[in-house]
Design a protein around this ligand. Structure first.
Ligand SMILES: CC(C)(COP(=O)(O)OP(=O)(O)OC[C@H]1O[C@@H](n2cnc3c(N)ncnc32)[C@H](O)[C@@H]1OP(=O)(O)O)[C@@H](O)C(=O)NCCC(=O)NCCS
Length: 184
């Protein structure tokens, strides 16, 4: 697991496991609406779920994952999580993921946090492709990704089970060449 601290205008991103304990994670993720489209997150989300997730993150010994908490610069409030997983340094690929606590939705936090991590991934990690997968019905997530310049590559039909039901998921990507114009 790569340790990181990135500072932005309203928020900073810092390695989740150094900032958040199981209780804090459980309390802030255990929401049926917030986790509706997150197939890896059960509902209800128990303290044991949070403990085993943090244990799993602490067990990652290579550079294949970055899991960051999103915090308010001024109030220090925990806003959500943004991550880069399945990082393949050989191919320059990585998978972005995110969730924002419900009361912070539609305030631009996901956009600011993902932009910060994308910039880091292209400029510092020298990745060339960032991809995301999302449930077909997750219109908020699709709006965010298209807003960031991601293109839908395809639909993976019935690819995972979410809360017991097989669901379709889009795969989207942002290539460095799509992103470079935004840096100017
Ligand atoms: C999807 C999610 C991360 C968006 O977070 P957010 O902080 O509300 O998003 P932002 O405020 O940064 O919005 C970014 C853009 O997406 C749009 N958007 C966000 N949520 C939207 C929604 N529900 N419907 C339509 N557009 C939406 C915003 O309008 C904004 O576009 P704009 O800049 O043109 O105004 C948030 O709803 C969430 O955490 N959902 C639950 C977890 C989840 O589904 N994670 C993704 C798994 S793939």
């Amino acid at each position: 697991m790569r340790e990181l601290l990135l500072r932005g205008k309203r928020i900073y991103l810092e390695t989740l496991t150094t900032k958040v304990d199981a209780k804090m994670l459980q309390e802030n993720i255990n929401d049926i609406e917030q986790t509706k489209y997150m197939y890896t997150v059960p509902y209800p989300y128990t303290l044991e779920d949070a403990e085993s997730y943090l244990k799993y993150l602490n067990s990652i010994s290579d550079d294949s994952s970055i899991e960051l908490g999103i915090f308010d610069n001024f109030t220090e409030e925990f806003i959500g999580v943004v991550s880069l997983e399945n990082i393949n340094h050989n191919y320059g690929n990585g998978e972005i993921g995110y969730w924002i606590r419900k009361r912070f939705w539609k305030k631009g936090y996901a956009k600011e946090a993902t932009q910060m991590l994308i910039k880091y991934a292209f400029q510092e990690l020298k990745l060339i492709r960032i991809y995301a997968t999302l449930q077909k019905e997750n219109t908020g997530s699709l709006a965010l990704l298209t807003n960031l310049g991601f293109q839908v590559e395809g639909l993976m039909r019935k690819s995972v089970k979410n809360k017991g039901t097989l669901v379709d998921r889009y795969i989207c990507s942002l290539l460095i060449e799509d992103y470079k114009p935004h840096l100017k």
